[in-house]
Design a binder for this molecule. Structure first.
Ligand code: NCD
Ligand code: ZN
Length: 344
């Protein structure tokens, strides 16, 4: 049995740092393990231009511990008011690495999102021309579409056409949750990839709803049936190079999660790498961890792989029951769970 595993230092290709008091918790938690992270722009109000991204980046950098060389990779939030010039400026900025499409109403702070993703073709065209990746929250929001079908319908209604009409556009299908999503990415060639969260690898909707409702397993897109989980697991365990680590770590205060109408999002950052390691080891594929966590995402984004390493050691510890989010209490994802890998 391996007792120590040294891999290229990983990156997190989908992360919510939040802002303000949260940053003192979230930034050091990620910077302790990850070299870089794609920082989601769904603040309130959202990050919609380079100037705001630069200011947000400075607030993040102010919380990076001096002992790490962590780099935040910023993103812009596409709105109906975004212009091709905004995208050109982002591509030239050197600090923005993607633009995020949130269908309006799909998730936390998505009110400013795009109501009709078929009507921003000028933005897809600009992203393609400047080779800036389009990061997609792939769910429709129509009230008549069942929440468990929203990813599949988004692919059929919008994404397949975007893929066909903008062949050079790099598209990241964020937090893939369904067999149809996995299939779409597999079939769509070199310029389509997906991020995979720990919760969608390790859980299915039974873990949300059986034996009592588990608000800390509630995220969007919502957990799906076991057969969908198996499809995500299978492609990752086979080492498919266009499926890579994106935690979607998304803290909310305990009050906002444990309530009659709880927020979506799992705060997984403090234990993310050990959680993924447990998943790979439990499935006899620990050798696939490094590609998934440290190589494939950088390759897809056209960035150099990290040169530093991180070492996982076999050591038991428990994820804390609560974490201080700078004045608010956060319940981390999988609170209280015993893990068998620790990073140093
Ligand atoms: C995210 C959040 O809270 O910002 N929530 C979530 O459930 N994943 C938003 C998102 O990525 O959808
Ligand atoms: Zn997210």
């Amino acid at each position: 049995m391996t007792d120590s595993l040294t891999i290229t230092r990983p990156d997190d290709w989908h992360l919510h740092f939040r802002d303000g008091e949260f940053l003192a918790q979230t930034v050091p938690a990620t910077a302790a393990v990850f070299a870089r992270a794609i920082v989601m722009p769904n603040l309130a109000p959202p990050v919609v231009n380079v100037e705001q991204a630069a200011q947000y980046r400075e607030r993040i950098l102010a919380q990076v511990p001096a002992s790490t060389a962590f780099q935040p990779l910023m993103t812009l939030y596409l709105t109906e008011g975004t212009s091709p010039e905004d995208i050109a400026a982002a591509a030239e900025s050197g600090i923005v690495f993607g633009c995020k499409l949130y269908p309006a109403g799909a998730t936390t702070h998505s009110d400013s999102g795009v109501r009709d993703p078929a009507r921003i073709r000028h933005l897809y065209e600009a992203l393609e021309r400047h080779d800036l990746p389009l990061l997609v929250h792939g769910e429709v929001t129509d009230s008549d579409i069942d929440i468990f079908d929203r990813e599949r319908v988004f692919i059929d209604r919008y994404l397949a056409a975007i893929r066909r009409d903008f062949p050079a556009l790099r598209i990241v299908f964020e937090h893939v949750t369904t067999r149809e999503g996995v299939q779409f990415v597999q079939d769509s060639g070199e310029r389509t990839a997906a991020t995979v969260t720990p919760q969608h690898l390790m859980l299915n909707r039974n873990d949300l709803l059986v034996g009592g409702i588990r608000p800390h397993n509630y995220c969007l897109p919502v957990l799906k049936r076991a057969e969908h989980q198996r499809s995500i697991q299978q492609t990752v365990l086979e080492g498919h190079p266009r499926f890579f680590l994106g935690t979607d770590s998304a803290p909310h205060s305990r009050d906002a999660k444990e309530t009659a109408c709880g927020c979506a999002g799992c705060y997984s950052a403090p234990a993310a790498l050990p959680l993924y390691a447990e998943f790979f080891e439990a499935n006899g594929a620990l050798e696939q961890l490094e590609g998934f966590a440290s190589h494939y995402g950088a390759d897809f984004y056209g960035l150099p792989r990290n040169r530093e390493t991180v070492t996982l050691e076999r050591q038991s510890w428990r994820i804390p029951e609560t974490i201080d989010g700078g004045g608010t209490t956060i319940v981390p994802w999988q609170a209280g769970r015993e893990l068998h890998w620790a990073t140093r």
